[in-house]
Design a protein around this ligand. Structure first.
Ligand SMILES: [Zn+2]
Length: 95
């Protein structure tokens, strides 16, 4: 069995079907990467200086596999960003 698939192509199988049907995510946090349904353990906090005010922040959630990919995507655009663990972010929200 291979887990490889062409980037941009729809994922075959159950996860793709569930996405189409709008199935409820089974995790508390789900990866922000398109079509990924893995549990997110990381939060990438970023902003686009061209369109966001200085105090604006966007948060992308990422699973273990996509953390670097999402971070690199933003870093390549010179966006300021921070990678934090989801639990770290939760603690902050509770304050
Ligand atoms: Zn993912």
């Amino acid at each position: 069995m291979t887990t490889e698939h062409t980037p941009g192509a729809p994922l075959p199988g159950l996860s793709g079907l569930l996405g189409q049907l709008g199935g409820a995510p089974e995790h508390r946090y789900t990866c922000s990467r398109a079509r990924c349904t893995a549990e997110a353990r990381w939060a990438i906090v970023w902003r686009n200086p061209k369109i966001h005010a200085a105090d604006r922040r966007k948060t992308w959630l990422a699973c273990e596999a996509h953390r670097d990919e999402l971070r690199d995507f933003l870093a390549a655009r010179d966006f300021p960003l921070e990678v934090r663990s989801v639990s770290e972010l939760e603690e902050q929200n509770e304050q």
